[in-house]
Design a binder for this molecule. Structure first.
Ligand code: AMP
Length: 368
């Protein structure tokens, strides 16, 4: 079976690699032959407005899936007219807009920060009257890794905030004094079968994920609440594939922040940390195959490599992380650029204390 991947980044690269041993051949729809997915599998080059290239891509595959949620709707519709698209256009639409995703959470009884749609500076002032300060103003679309958002702490932050985000449609959210950031990652098959991974705990720096660990240490009731939320979203969207929901843990429970209709950075550690990786499970789901177990194989952690690959992340580097027991390196082959995700390192150990020690050693060696 041939699976089309919209996008040529590292997520498409890891999907392509995971498909090969299963006999699933991925074709990435990439913008540039230097994109990470093109180094490991077949690809078609083209832009989202290039109908001929989209048609050539569709002709080479049995179905299409996504490594990111912001593929223009027109391109998705063109592909959907030719081959099955999984997850569906409706699921992508919901996840690409912060107001739609939070409205879905609310409709399903999943807690969120208070929020209001904001289309003008006047809307912002009105929304602040009910939400209050501090608050977070975010663009509804295309925001990621903390981009396209502004924390409003004092009245002086408000006057130019809407214009500073480019005058795009926005959402105003109450600022959540969270204890921890968690994510829940689940997968739903074509036949409605669902599997959910244990929770991931995520630490960010400057809005970008730095370190994830799993299983997150938490009460069974918190885990159950997250799993219930995941199942509710998967079912409401008649979803097929891997879905991630980012959560805030607060006093007394969880609030959902956003969802990603794709494999997710916090679950990269499933490659070594769990019976079946998120990449394999996504492919199994969209192919209509049985899902794999999400059972943890121990306690796993992941550190993102940002900017450039440190010497210590290579085998030849002095003090290589490869010498740390249970450590595995994943490099994406991307050119260095400040803040860019260029790879990650995972560790797995028998217990949380050994995992945390290995993770600390890896972080120290990487200078991360
Ligand atoms: P997002 O793009 O929504 O994932 O936000 C990026 C990061 O900003 C999150 O991982 C949080 O650390 C922080 N953040 C986002 N929304 C809020 C909020 N409503 N309250 C507090 N912190 C937030």
């Amino acid at each position: 079976m041939r699976i089309g991947l919209c996008g040529g980044g590292q997520l498409a690269q890891m999907l392509s690699l995971a498909g090969h041993p299963l006999g699933l051949r991925c074709v990435a729809y990439a913008q540039d032959a230097g994109d990470p997915a093109c180094a490991v599998g077949a690809f078609e080059l083209g832009g989202w407005d290039d109908d001929d290239a989209l048609d050539r891509f569709a002709a080479r595959v049995d179905l299409v899936t996504f490594e990111f949620e912001n593929v223009p709707r027109r391109a998705v519709e063109r592909l959907a007219a030719r081959v099955p698209v999984r997850p569906s256009i409706e699921a992508l639409d919901t996840a690409a807009d912060r107001v739609s995703e939070k409205s879905l959470f609310r409709r399903l009884g999943i807690g969120t920060a208070p929020f209001e749609a904001v289309d003008s500076q006047a809307d912002l002032v009105r929304a602040l009257a009910s939400i209050g300060l501090p608050a977070v103003l975010k663009t509804r679309r295309m925001g990621y890794d903390g981009k396209g958002q502004k924390v409003l702490r004092a009245p002086g932050d408000v006057s130019s905030a809407f214009a500073e985000l480019g005058g795009h449609p926005c959402i105003l959210e109450g600022f959540v004094p969270f204890r921890r950031e968690l994510s829940v990652v689940g997968v739903r098959g074509l036949n409605g079968e669902v599997a959910v991974y244990p929770l991931f705990e995520n630490r960010h720096r400057d809005g970008v994920l730095r370190v994830s660990t799993s299983p997150a240490l938490c009460s069974p009731s918190l885990e159950a609440e997250a799993h219930r939320a995941m199942r509710a979203v998967l079912e409401a969207l008649d979803y097929v594939g891997v879905l991630a929901v980012e959560l805030f843990e607060i006093e007394g429970g969880l609030l959902a922040n956003e969802m990603a209709p794709r494999v997710h950075n916090s679950a990269h550690l499933t490659s070594e940390g769990h019976e079946t990786s998120q990449f394999e499970n996504h492919l199994r789901a969209v192919a209509g195959w049985p899902l794999g177990s999400t059972r943890p194989l121990g306690h796993a952690g992941m550190v993102n490599l940002l900017g450039a690959v440190p010497d210590a992340a290579t085998g030849s580097g002095a003090g290589s992380v490869l010498a740390v027991e249970g450590a595995h390196v994943h490099l994406y082959g991307k050119a260095p650029r400040p803040g860019r995700k260029v790879g990650h390192v995972t560790v797995r150990a028998a217990d949380a204390a050994a995992r945390d020690a290995a993770l600390a050693r890896v972080v120290a060696l990487l200078g991360a």
